[in-house]
Design a protein. Structure first.
Length: 338
């Protein structure tokens, strides 16, 4: 197997594909309140606003977005404060399969993606079981997740929204000098002990932005081990848009919903549990492609009269911290669960 360095592919405008994952608003940006627990038949109001799967969403495509029933479906989440910044979210569904390649296609019962909300505000569309949420201020935050069909319709089970909501407390990582995130130095790279490669593809999304998916060889995604000791072949990926780092990936799919119209360069690197870049023969294990976005993520007005930016209300795995260099995160810091 050869090191995949930079494979570029210009994708034509108007190609609609169902690939990967994180961020198009298909629901109300001011969702109604639901309980902070697993789905229940009759949701009741809580002090913190939560999403509801019964609200008619903003229609980004030709599909009907009314709720769809799938008996026996449920969802739970695990939340863990990240040692460097933000929160790591694990989505645990029952009777449901993530199908990023089928997004925007016809409804198939049990298939789809998830929508993630923080403090009642929708962050984006998620196609993988794990996601890193960055940009959270110290304090309590309510994280809610709904399950959604390929058509973006909200799933219900027994007539109730398939939704879960929990609260997590983010500590203040700032040091005495006011610098946050507890970063520590890492080597420029860690040499893989065997062959390792990555490939990346990107295609315009039917609603906005682009869907990106990656294929790896000689590498395993281990989001549960992020910030832990280096184990050869384990880790996560970092994704860059036009030279700027925009996030940390725990799986093979991501939706970049806030890209402007026009051509963008997408670069992906493979990284160890310690966030160091993997190298082979001293060269970073990375792949590059370009995508021509047809529908940018500009602010729009939904059916309820609210102006909003497609799912761009927070940082869904944006841990760039203001520069386009690889992140220098703390190694082995304490994480706090909720």
């Amino acid at each position: 197997m050869l090191l995949q360095r930079k494979s570029r592919a210009l994708l034509s405008v108007g190609v609609i594909s169902a690939v990967a994952a994180i961020a198009v608003a298909c629901g109300s940006d001011e969702p109604a309140a639901v309980p902070t627990s697993t789905p229940v038949p009759e949701p009741t109001a809580t002090p913190s606003p939560q999403p509801t799967a019964t609200t008619e969403p903003h229609d980004h495509t030709s599909h009907h977005h009314g709720p769809v029933e799938s008996s026996g479906m449920s969802v739970d989440i695990n939340l863990e404060v990240d040692a460097a910044s933000g929160v790591n979210l694990e989505i645990v569904p029952t009777g449901f399969e993530f199908t990023p390649r089928n997004v925007n296609l016809d409804h198939i019962d049990g298939e789809g993606h998830a929508h993630v909300y923080v403090n009642g505000v929708k962050l984006g569309r998620v196609y993988d079981r794990w996601v890193h949420i960055d940009g959270l201020e110290p304090g309590d935050h309510n994280i809610a997740v709904t399950l959604n069909a390929n058509t973006h319709a909200d799933y219900t089970s027994g007539g109730a929204p398939v939704i879960v909501s929990k609260t997590v407390t983010v500590p203040d990582h700032s040091d005495a000098n006011g610098h946050g995130h507890g970063h520590s130095g890492h080597a420029d790279g860690v040499e893989a002990e065997g062959p390792m490669s990555v490939q990346v593809s990107a295609e315009p999304d039917a609603a906005s932005g682009a869907n990106v998916f990656i294929t790896v060889d000689g590498f395993k995604f281990t989001p549960e081990n992020v910030n832990e000791d280096h184990v050869d072949g384990e880790g996560h990926a970092h994704i860059y848009v036009d030279g700027k780092k925009v996030g940390r990936l725990y799986g093979s799919s991501v939706h970049l919903g806030d890209l402007s119209e026009g051509e963008h360069e997408i670069r992906v690197t493979l990284n160890s549990n310690t966030h160091a870049d993997y190298t082979v023969d001293g060269q970073v294990v990375e792949a590059v492609t370009t995508v021509n976005v047809e529908k940018g993520g500009e602010p729009k007005q939904d059916s309820h009269g609210h102006d909003h930016h497609d799912d761009d209300h927070g940082h869904m795995s944006d841990d760039s911290h203001g520069d386009d260099e690889k992140m220098q995160e703390s190694h082995g810091g304490d994480a706090h669960g909720s």
